[in-house]
Design a protein around this ligand. Sequence first.
Ligand code: HAM
Length: 418
Amino acid sequence: MKYQKIKGTCDVLPPESASWQHLESIVHEMMRRYNYQEIRVPIFETTELFTRGIGEGTDIVNKEMYSFHDMGGRSLTLRPEATASVVRSYIEESVGKRSPICKWYYIGPMFRQEKPQKGRYRQFQQFGAEALGSNDPAIDAEMIALSAGILEQVGIKDFVIWINSVGNPESRARHREELLRFVKPIVDKFPAVDREKIDRNPLRLFDSKLDVTIDLMQDAPLLEKFLDIDSQNDFERVQQALNNLDINYKIDPRLVRGLDYYTKTAFEIKSSALGAQDALSGGGRYDLLVEELGGSPTPAIGFASGMERIILMMEQGEGSLFRETPLDLYIVAREENEREEATRLASRFRQKQISVDLDYLSRSQKAQMKEAARQKACFALILFSDDLKLKKYQLKDLSTSEQQSLSFDQIVRRIKPE
Ligand code: HAM
């Protein structure tokens, strides 16, 4: 094989693409219900936007970005996530001046040079939402409800919502000191991949999937003990708001996120059905990011979900896997005049919102009937020269094999009853 797709990328072919369309339509519908409007940001941005936004010490910025120089010598990067781009656009377009609260959502590809495995890809699709302008804990709860609600709408039930508060930078700095005091004496016991996190961001040790690190961190001091009073109060209020919405959640005091911009609420939705890559969604508050990227101080919160992982769960039987919508009508025609009439009729049926296909391979009538069955068409329309003069056509219901001679209008009514 001369050309193959790049490792960590996926082709989505029919019929699987129908499941993608189904998921996307649910995302659009749920965002409408919660009054989030769609934003489309570029696939690539200046590298600095992501290094500043996501944080120099993160794995994403350190190891995973697809960065390149363009002809002008600028360093550009394929977006590894969309929050930084959304905030850049919010500031650049002065949106905060026009509307005190801004609720946006997006769907699109992201790029991270991670080691590919089941559920982890180098190009993957996310949908996500961002609400900028409010620090009300009720919107934190709305965000969690929205991300879980979309999973429920596709029929996924096997998941747990984990929440935590990661406080403000001061509380994290106090915790970091204490954490380093705990970790430094046992530094040699950590596996090499985790050891390198110690200087960069020791909080990330809590996120390790390695048993040795998990054991070593059992008695590590937790961030919750260092939380500032404001973060503590808001975390209480987020929980009350979730209770008020009857949303089940669990608190994980070890939940840390892989991006540096978070403050206060952090959450992840995980499913054990997914194996190692178990996070379906992740998000949280990022009250300092707008200012960090050059805007006025603006509280904000958001989340993003991995669509491949959702589709994987749908394929495993969780949720409804959608097959393509069936073809309404296949027109069977052989002689030249029949074939001409077939194309005219196809166009008229399509104007009536009926899906139609016809033969382009000059096949026999039998082969065309077989094709209609292969396409799982609901009806076949068989054209005969003699019938054409009368403007009547043979409509065959392919599920019952019943055949009738009908006019155009009668066929439309039969296929699409009012
Ligand atoms: P994240 O946790 O990096 O957050 O990604 C969100 C979700 O994207 C993950 O839970 C996972 O389902 C999916 N995902 C991440 N990496 C991959 C991958 N390599 N392959 C497949 N799926 C993946 C963010 O991206 C933040 N921007 C979320 C956010 C929005 N926070 C505030 N606003």
